[in-house]
Design a protein around this ligand. Structure first.
Ligand code: NOJ
Length: 747
């Protein structure tokens, strides 16, 4: 009997190791070990577990006072987690300090691995444009593998904030404007980072951030207040968080903003009622950088001690870089201002993750020099980065088949401030730049065009493009070329955190460079690199072809060339609406009809309209062209109506009606035309990426059930109301090809 038990245990240990949960001993086992440890801890040690410090101090030199202080605190158990320390050597050295503490509790190492570690993938908004959930999961997997091999346990990603205001620089880090697409991408990213289960040494813990509402900063100004109805919060901003939680996100990060007057960090409604209450979240919440301390600046707390009390009581478990918990919690508990049960709950949550990661068995298990070498030099990672970057680029315009570049060209001029960029290809939030090893667009065009083709390059100006002194050289390079490619847009540091912009045009005189080329009879094919939607009306009107490449990552140069030369047929679709002008912002395809909709753009008198701009965007959500064409036909429904537990299957045929193979992202939108709370004209409810050879035809199906018709009513109850619904299938939110009406009947 005993022998059997042992044999079984050995097998299950081996299986668990394979699955990455080597040390779990099951949930109950971990819970017991957490309690045993908690019983031994002093209040100072408990506060220490909730204290996260930055390793930035270490860059000031090993012997600085700041470093000595942090090292001392780690040794005395006053630090539970570090951020911004990476690499096997450093994480090992710092972990060793934690093991000298009385209870030998290992540190958690967290880092912003946002779109890759060493191998840089497109910025998250760009990658979202692929609408390819497998590719998105794969890029997060690769980032996790590289980071985890370098000693990292935890990434502060994905950012799942909905962004409808391109002035806000952090739209770059998210998945765009749409709740449904955002939720699906949140799941893919969490799965990619975390793998099947925590504890695998090729995985890191994910963080769903920033909880919540951060993307709705007033006027798109970073860190600004957020004021929104609970209805909008529930319907638009929370679902991607809930999806991340359901996918197993180990941690959440709260946010810098106030939400309806209460800082997210001190917001019990968000963290206690919704996240840990209604949703039953078992992981822990980390504050944003200094956001506990910032509650004083907001005018919500008297001082750091008051801020600590308010944050922990509201459900912020770990304090990132405010040093509020470590300095104040012991006294707050002793004086009875903070209940020890609240602290214990937070500590339990943090310790549980350390156990789940297997750190108590081997605190160095994520820091393996051999694994680091192997993971950071795996050529498959760069191949994936190239493929995913090419899949992320949106062909906005292609008049007269200007792209792909025709065969038999003798000379190409690659012009523009981003034509020879390397660092800018990577975009913001990168961990370790590899720019020297990267191919710029000019390099990649030279490589691809081959020996017989002359490739000239001239920048014209730098990204800021304040002067036009370089334009003549650019015109000269262009003058002899069969085709001109112009690469313009933002530098890597123009979008991201604290990079709000009040003007979203191409920087400086970049637009004039385009005009100058056009005036010289050399209208270029335009490649735009940016971390957000930009406004470029003259280019949109006059260029024949525009490829929106975002900041495409380590392999961005090659990937752009792959698309320009037609080696890859573009298939990406915009995850955010591109406005025509600043006045249209914030903007989303999820418009309401209003009582005065515009039916005819020529007659907008007393309509819900601008008198000086169309309502329609420059490029709509879901827009993106291909080198082939797709025909949508014959929408059929399995049954025109359904009861509350019923389903309706929609099917239609999709044909590749053009000359080359391609992928079409077919989009399913729904509208509830009459409801107790008015509904948007369209809401995305499904999509599929379908790859077809020329001439190939495929039946595509979607299943509609009651859940897809549901919304939050005025009491914030989720449910569907009986009645008619419009179903729309199309190639973009403004390019609906097939429609049907279906009905949900009363129970
Ligand atoms: C502030 C940012 O808002 C957050 O997203 C990030 O994870 C932290 N800094 C840590 O770098």
């Amino acid at each position: 009997m005993k022998k059997n038990w042992k044999a079984r245990a050995a097998v299950s240990m081996a299986l668990a190791a394979f699955a990455g949960a080597a040390y779990a001993g099951g949930e109950a086992g971990i819970a017991q070990r957490v309690e045993a440890l908690l019983r031994q801890m002093t209040i100072e040690e408990k506060a220490g577990q909730l204290n996260q410090l930055s390793g930035k101090a270490f860059s000031t030199g090993p012997n600085s006072e700041a470093v000595r202080n942090v090292e001392r605190d780690i040794r005395s158990g006053k630090v539970g987690s570090m951020l911004n320390i990476k690499g096997v050597a450093d994480t090992r050295r710092v972990q060793a300090l934690a093991l000298q503490s009385r209870l030998h509790i290992p540190l958690l190492f967290g880092l912003d691995v946002i779109h890759g570690y060493q191998t840089v993938f497109p910025v998250p908004l760009g990658e979202a444009a692929s609408w390819d959930l497998e590719a998105i999961e794969e890029s997060a997997r690769i980032a996790a593998r590289e980071a985890a091999a370098s000693g990292i346990h935890w990434t502060f990603a994905p950012m799942v904030d909905i962004g409808r205001d391109p002035r806000w620089g952090r739209v770059m880090e998210g998945a765009g404007e749409d709740t449904y697409l955002g939720a699906r991408i949140a799941v893919a990213r969490v799965r990619g980072f975390q793998g099947a289960q925590l504890g695998g040494t090729a995985s890191v813990m994910a963080t769903a951030k920033h909880f919540a509402g951060y993307g709705a900063a007033i006027a798109g100004r970073d860190y600004n207040a957020v004021d929104m109805s609970e209805h909008q919060l529930y319907e638009t901003y929370l679902p991607p968080f809930k999806a991340a939680l359901d996918a197993g996100a180990a941690t959440f990060m709260n946010a810098f903003n106030t939400l309806n007057g209460v800082p997210a960090t001190g917001n019990a409604m968000l963290q206690r009622e919704i996240l840990k209450g209604k949703w039953g979240f078992k992981g822990f919440v980390v504050s944003d950088w200094g956001s506990v301390r910032e509650m004083v600046v907001h005018g919500y707390a008297n001082d750091l001690t008051d801020a600590a009390a308010k944050a922990i009581t509201a459900g912020s478990d770990m304090d990132m870089e405010s040093n509020a918990y470590a300095s104040s919690l012991p006294a707050l508990v002793k004086s009875g201002k903070v209940d020890i049960a609240v602290v214990d709950d937070a500590v339990r949550r943090v310790l549980t993750k350390k156990f789940e990661l297997g750190l108590f068995e081997d605190p160095y298990r994520f820091s393996s020099a051999a694994r680091e070498r192997e993971a950071l030099n795996d050529p498959r990672h760069r191949q994936a980065a190239r493929r995913i970057a090419a899949e992320s680029m949106v062909l906005l315009k292609n008049e007269g088949g200007a792209l792909p570049l025709r065969r038999g060209l003798h000379s190409i001029a690659v012009i523009g401030p981003l034509a020879d960029a390397r660092r800018d290809l990577e975009g913001g939030w990168i961990v370790q730049s590899n720019a020297a090893k990267m191919a710029s667009l000019v390099d990649a065009v030279r490589e691809r065009a081959g020996q017989g083709v002359r490739v000239d390059y001239a920048a014209g100006c730098d990204v800021a493009c304040r002067g036009n002194e370089g334009f003549d050289a650019a015109l000269k390079a262009a003058s002899a070329a069969d085709v001109v490619v112009l690469a313009v847009g933002e530098s890597w540091d123009m979008s991201g955190e604290a990079k709000s912009r009040a003007h979203l045009g191409l920087p400086g005189r970049q637009g004039e460079l385009f005009e100058a080329l056009r005036a010289a009879g050399k209208t270029p094919v335009v490649v735009i690199m940016a971390g957000r939607p930009l406004i470029f009306e003259n280019v949109a009107e006059q260029a024949k072809a525009i490829l929106y490449a975002w900041h495409p990552g380590s392999e961005g140069g090659h990937a752009i060339a792959d698309v320009l030369f037609g080696d890859v047929n573009p298939s990406a679709k915009l995850p955010m609406t591109f406005p025509r002008n600043m006045g249209q912002i914030p903007i989303t395809y999820q418009q309401y009809n209003t009582g005065r909709p515009v039916q005819d753009e020529k007659n907008v008198v007393y309509k819900s309209a601008y008198i000086d701009s169309p309502n329609t965007p420059r490029y709509a959500f879901g827009h993106g062209l291909s080198y082939t064409t797709f025909a949508y036909k014959d929408l059929r429904v399995s049954n025109p109506s359904m009861g509350p537990d019923g389903k309706i299957t929609l099917s239609f045929t999709l044909a590749n009606s053009g000359p080359v193979a391609g992928a079409e992202v077919v989009q399913l939108y729904l509208r509830d035309p009459v409801a107790s709370v008015v509904r948007p004209l369209k809401e995305l409810k499904g999509f599929q990426r379908v790859v077809l050879q020329p001439g190939q035809v495929r039946t595509v199906s979607f299943t509609v059930d009651r859940e897809m018709l549901a919304f939050y009513d005025r009491q914030l109850q989720w449910g569907a109301e009986a009645g008619k619904f419009e179903v729309m299938v199309g190639s973009a939110s403004d390019d609906i090809r097939l429609r049907q009406t279906i009905e949900l009947t009363e129970p």
